[in-house]
Design a protein around this ligand. Structure first.
Ligand code: BGC
Length: 883
């Protein structure tokens, strides 16, 4: 069928957005989902010029915001307590900067917004939302305290104090942080659902505190605070070299409760040497090794009023002031999420009692038990069973991942750990008194509280399982910092893994706050010479830095977040760090060639035994390094353009030309063949535009030939994999990209799926075809890097793309590319403007596409096979034609 005929058969149906609003609201537009600095009602905004975002809801197609009005006040009656109003003709609804008078510290501000649209409709005022400013240095009047004597016990100390709240309370706000981890309780109750507070940052540079609104929880009269401290990242084991006490050997607490009474007077309660401390039931607790809890050592009531402190309770010790910078939270806290019941309790061939929860996850098991005092129950955790069906923990290396509970008297008890997490699907239980039933066991997944923003589904169930595995890889490894893996003695913020996965992560979940927080650590841990560590927070040797594709996290993640969320602020905040990284490479490069230093290269690429015919997949590490030198320089130029830094643009554009020329001189023959004839070599050269225009087509052909030579298999590692299918698509080989994606035999994305994976594996063949394992030295079954294919799936299969020139999905590109024998695919993405949807079916030769674009966004739709471009505004659209 010719194209014109095709077009004549194409018809577009517009359906109006079905719009339901609460409380009988009748206007045509509304404003919802208000956030400040990416967070809903944040408690500790450090930024003196916080930024406001909102989403417009409209039942009318082609809606754009024409103007907005924001008002900020000191109480809910904003109008009467107003500190700032701003009315602007503008379509900006994301990250609008506060420009009123200086904000006071530790103060709650209320705000709301209303908008008008391009059709003359006006919204009502939004619901009132708020943000609270953080403490300045001088607002901290409290003391760091620790246990009596020296903090040498493995046990977790408990610290307690009763306060007399003398009058009726208007507000009560607690500010808390710790060296180590803390769990705070008030009058017998945990004060929040946060876990692993204060979170992991580059502690030498800054430490987060948390803010809790306790207005409703405190009572007039005596109140008791009890805080337990754990070793955490601060004092416990961290890093694979067996080290502990990396940041310090003394766990400590800093606590400040600020009460404003109804009569307007104020009182501040602090930590000092009138607090008492004692050890309790947590005999030891370590992130890698797990926790030992002896219920016989519980001290009932210790966290409540009226507890009688026995001789074990000693006065806490005040520590000298130190210089650590205290900062508010800029990311989400870690919380509990999904729970799982056992799908099977069974005996392994070795006779061990094992429970299968059906999903590899990160968190822990809540265990119920009853038995004679002193009974010890041990829970071991594993990701997989071995070939024979036995519990397999060798790949955990030295991490014990084991929790021990010792029962008190014959009463029903429920246990869960406090300061440790495990990566597991299977749990081995020893010493359980009586019969173990599913009732006794619940697994709970914990991760940073990121809202799920994306979903992807298709007619292929294996592909859907792959998407599931990618999402669970993200959940398991976004536990306050982006980690490589969550189970063995590592769990570190490997920079290469994070940059490889960042764009996929931003589809699946709202990671704006998460990465904003972590990028501060990237800057903080950047070395004096500008090099960037292998892991952040950096707990390895200082010299462990500067690996191509790892250190480039400094430029890649800020740019990715800018594109995904339209956040210019992250570019402003990270610009110096980005520039320092590029300048570092320049300082070690010779004649613009980066051919020194130690690099991981295309980590964990496919290693077949075919070196003899020249098809081995080894890519020269310096060749890779040069492509990342170019990539980082390009991203720095992009950022400089956004920020209006013209001098830098000119300077680095000239540098970029030289970098590419140096690459060509060093690595390309006159006919365009590359020094390493590998998939990764061609992928990186094409992705980063290293080759002269006229050489690109043939390079893409060589890439495709290489893939064919391997029988439609990929051979790429951590650095080539994220871009592989993108490059194929860009050069017109969507079919080859689909061949790779749908490939079920090793090496491929679906091979682990076929082998029963529920998360992404570290290696293409973590479990080999004969059921045996790869080397236990490095064989994680929950490692997100190869999950980077998710980015291609959203962008190409369902075709949801951001447009960098108009970031944050202010402008959307919808360009689905059916293939891989799929008869349907659908994706949704909750962007900062609202919901983008793209779903299609291809049945009986008819292609049907449904698209949703949120208010205040526009889109270009490129219809597959026709290349026809449609410019559309917000609303729901249906396209249908013979394919
Ligand atoms: C980690 C990785 C990391 C790599 C660097 C491994 O131990 O698990 O994912 O990027 O080391 O070589």
């Amino acid at each position: 069928m010719s194209l014109p005929i095709l077009f004549s058969r194409l018809f577009i149906v517009f359906t109006v957005l079905v719009f339901s609003v609460a409380e009988g609201f009748s206007q045509k537009i509304a404003v919802q989902n208000l956030t400040v600095e990416h967070l809903v009602n944040p408690f500790s905004v450090d930024n003196s010029k916080p930024r406001f975002s909102w989403k417009m809801q409209s039942a009318v197609k082609n809606t754009l915001q024409a103007s907005y009005e924001i008002r900020v006040g000191k109480n809910e009656a904003i109008d009467k307590s107003r500190v700032w109003t701003s009315t602007k003709k503008s379509d900006q609804s994301v990250l609008v900067t506060y420009a009123g008078p200086d904000l006071e510290s530790k103060t709650k501000y209320f705000w709301q917004v209303r908008v008008k649209d391009n059709h003359g409709n006006a919204s009502k005022w939004s619901q009132v939302q708020w943000f609270q400013t953080g403490l300045t240095e001088k607002d901290w009047v409290s003391n760091w305290i620790t246990v009596y004597g020296k903090d040498t016990s493995l046990a977790s100390p408990m610290l307690r104090k009763e306060f007399n709240i003398r009058k009726k309370v208007k507000t009560a706000t607690a500010y808390i942080t710790a060296k180590g981890l803390y769990e705070a309780r008030l009058n017998g109750q945990r004060i929040s659902d946060h876990y692993f507070a204060p979170g992991w940052t580059s502690y030498q540079d800054h430490l987060q505190y948390q803010v809790y609104d306790l207005t409703e929880s405190v009572k007039t009269g005596l109140n008791a605070f009890g805080v337990t401290l754990g070793d955490g990242w601060y004092k416990g084991r961290i890093g694979f070299a067996g080290q502990s006490k990396f940041y310090g050997d003394t766990r400590a607490l800093l606590f400040q409760l600020e009460v404003v009474y109804a009569d307007g007077t104020k009182e501040i309660f602090i930590t000092d040497d009138t607090w008492k401390s004692s050890n309790g039931p947590i005999l030891s607790s370590d992130i890698y090794n797990g926790e030992t809890y002896d219920a016989r050592k519980e001290q009932p009531g210790w966290d409540d009023v009226g507890f009688e402190e026995n001789a074990l309770w000693k006065a806490a010790k005040i520590l000298p002031k130190d210089k650590v910078k205290l900062v508010g939270m800029s990311g989400p806290p870690v919380r509990k999420h999904e729970t799982f019941k056992p799908i099977k309790i069974f005996k392994t061939p070795l006779g061990e009692s094992v429970v299968d929860f059906g999903q590899n996850m990160v968190g822990w098991v809540i265990l119920k038990a009853k038995g004679p005092a002193g009974t010890k129950i041990t829970l071991g955790h594993a990701e997989v069973l071995d070939k024979a069906g036995n519990f397999y923990t060798t790949n955990l290396r030295s991490a014990k991942q084991s929790n021990e509970y010792i029962l008190k008297d014959n009463v029903a008890q429920s246990f869960e750990p406090h300061f440790t997490f495990q990566g597991f699907r299977y749990v081995k239980i020893d010493g359980y008194p009586g019969e173990l039933t599913t009732d006794a066991l619940t697994a709970v997944a914990i991760y940073s509280d990121m809202k799920q923003t994306g979903s992807f589904t298709s007619s292929n169930t294996m592909l859907n399982q792959l998407q599931h595995n990618i999402q669970w890889g993200q959940k398991g490894n976004f536990v306050d910092v982006p980690t490589d893996c969550p189970q063995r003695d590592e769990r570190l913020g490997w920079t290469g893994d994070a940059q490889a996965f960042a764009t996929t992560a931003a589809y699946n979940m709202d990671v704006a706050g998460f990465f904003t927080k972590w990028m501060k650590d990237v800057s903080a841990d950047q070395l004096e010479n500008g090099s960037v560590p292998y892991v952040v927070p950096n707990v390895l040797n200082k010299r462990d830095a500067g690996s191509a594709g790892w250190a480039d996290v400094a430029t890649i993640v800020p740019w990715d977040m800018y594109v995904a969320y339209g956040d210019k602020g992250i570019l402003t905040a990270q610009y110096t760090s980005m520039k320092r990284w590029v300048n570092y490479i320049s300082s070690v490069a010779k004649n613009d060639l980066w051919n020194s230093g130690s690099h991981f290269g295309d980590w964990l690429f496919y290693r077949p035994n075919d070196d003899n015919d020249g098809r081995a997949a080894v890519t020269d590490k310096y060749m890779i390094a040069q492509t990342f030198y170019a990539h980082s320089t390009q991203l720095l130029i992009n950022a400089a353009k956004v920020l209006g830094k013209t001098d830098d643009v000119n300077q680095y554009e000239a540098l970029l030309k030289r970098i590419k020329q140096a690459y060509v001189n060093e690595n390309m023959t006159a006919n365009g063949k590359l020094a390493s004839n590998t998939q990764t070599a061609y992928v990186l050269a094409l992705q980063f535009d290293m080759l002269p225009e006229e050489n690109r087509k043939q390079a893409a052909e060589r890439l495709v030939q290489n893939i064919k030579d391997y029988g439609n298999h990929l051979t790429t590692g951590f650095l080539g994999t994220p871009y592989l299918c993108h490059v194929l698509s860009r050069f017109g080989y969507d079919n080859v990209a689909y061949d790779l994606l749908m490939q079920e035999s090793y090496p491929s994305w679906l091979y682990p799926v076929k082998m029963g994976a529920t998360t992404i594996w570290e290696r293409w063949d973590g479990i080999k075809q004969d059921g045996s394992f790869q080397t236990p030295d490095m064989n994680s079954f929950n490692h997100y890097a190869y999950g980077a294919i998710g980015d291609w799936m959203y962008k190409n299969i369902t075709g949801i793309n951001p447009v960098a020139e108009n970031p944050g999905y202010k402008e959307v590109l919808i360009a689905p590319k059916p293939g891989g024998k799929l008869s349907s695919a659908a994706a949704e993405l909750e962007t900062v403007y609202g919901l983008v949807k793209s779903s299609w079916t291809l049945e009986n030769g008819i292609f049907k596409l449904d698209v949703t674009i949120p208010a205040n966004s526009t889109a270009t739709v490129i219809l597959p096979k026709t290349d026809k471009k449609e410019k559309i505004g917000s609303g729901n659209y249906h396209f249908e034609y013979r394919y």
